[in-house]
Write a protein that binds this ligand. Sequence first.
Ligand code: FSO
Ligand code: SF4
Length: 540
Amino acid sequence: MFCNQCEQTAKGFACTTRGVCGKDHETDVLQDLLIYTCAGLAEASLEAEKRGSKDPTVDQFLMEAIFSTLTNVNFDPERIIDYIRGTVDLREEIKKKLNLQLNSPLANYFPPSSRAELIKQAETMEIEQNLFEKEGEDIASLKMTILYALKGISAYAYHASRLGVQNEEINRSFKELLVSVFMDKTSDLNVWINRAMEAGRINLLTMEALDKANTGAFGDPRPTKVYLGIKAGKAILVSGHDLKDLYELLKQTQGKSINIYTHGEMLPAHGYPELKKFSHLVGHYGTAWQNQQKEFEAFPGPIVMTTNCLMPPKETYRDRVFTLGPVGYPGVKHISGDDFTPVIEMALKMEGFKEDVSGVEIYTGFARKAVLSVAEKILELVKEGKIRHFFLVGGCDGAKPVRNYYTELVEKIPQDCLVLTLACGKFRFFDKDLGTIEGIPRLLDIGQCNDAYSAIQIALALAKALNVDVNKLPLSLILSWYEQKAVAIFLTLLYLGIKNILLGPSMPAFLSRNVRNFLVENFNLQPISTPDADLKAILG
Ligand code: FSO
Ligand code: SF4
């Protein structure tokens, strides 16, 4: 195996024997083969569209299949094999229906019927290794960047499509980029840089579509207090990002005396009017994904994993974990058709929490509309010098101790500065009381990682109101990355021309030295250093 797609990759280079995440060799090579078959399906689908035949279910399947290859989503080789065969079947259906004659190897690949043969073949088709060997370090680096961003986009597109929002422009460009990674052998770096920017552009459209889907279904988030304590009673824990899954579960558990707790990236769900109206959505339990093994073990009820980040479940609680959609783990129960009956039955059989445990309340729900509704006040405070600077400290969390940088940084940010945050990186400081500036909380939780869209809208609105370029705003982006959604967001920021980003805890292993230099020269991308040094450089 060879996988370098996430921040915790082995030795800052690649996982080559077993993933640091727990992914095994078989799953890894099969996931690469799945991406290859997805590119074949994309090619057939693009050709069909040229002939006026569109099928949104193909795009939805494609997004789900690719989503299954993200870090911490699916560890089950059997599920990946099902996706591979399903992808090829769909491709053949399209070809047959329209009598398409496609000559590329992508569109004519057929998986062997035996599992052993399939794995043997997948071993020869490892994407990253083939790119390095055949196309050189820099092209390989740019192609990997594009591919990983596409993986991130697939996740957001999948969530949006589950709520009935699809965008033809996104789907078309997505498929063209995917096919190009395999079929276009041009060695012109500019072509690949432009394609990386295109991936950033369509990710912006995808986050916009998801924002529309989430707010359309569940209303615009409002500042909302979330309880971090425990209420006695039967309980279900929901983790991941998919708000529709949470909604279905809330509906199905209504009146059953089961308390629902969010975990990880589900925290911002509490801010959505149509979700918070359920009184049995009682609070948030635990912190970021990398702490789940301890937190899930201690939770006295079933646990629903709607998306990443799933860690290999320990024996002590494995039988209580349920996966959904693209998520999978061998031997773990999988829910389909939005039917949560087995989860509910398990919760009812279990004792739940025996007694109340008090906890603090924190705020979430500061998405674009909530923040922009007080934009005038914020601008006044900026003009009066009462708000000196905005810090967007967001992105993913992870296990490395060096990520304490983000906690320390937020603690040291001066009192006259606002801290905007999003995604699971917030758990480094989410329960800290940073106080207020003239009634505005200093710590504003914008939402999940995809709510980077909201953060962008807030920054663009501030720039417009202050009549300055967004790079001239008193705003610093100090980001933490972990998996491929962060790669997609990063490319969106570059596409928007946003400079001076501080990125940590380490630079992506898939960026070659030349690509990294390009980012430094053109976007002044910098690695984080120490909180003191970075604050001094920003604030003087
Ligand atoms: Fe975190 Fe995981 Fe949300 Fe990621 S829970 S790391 S960037 O999946 O998507 O922020
Ligand atoms: Fe390694 Fe990350 Fe790939 Fe897992 S997803 S195998 S940790 S690089």
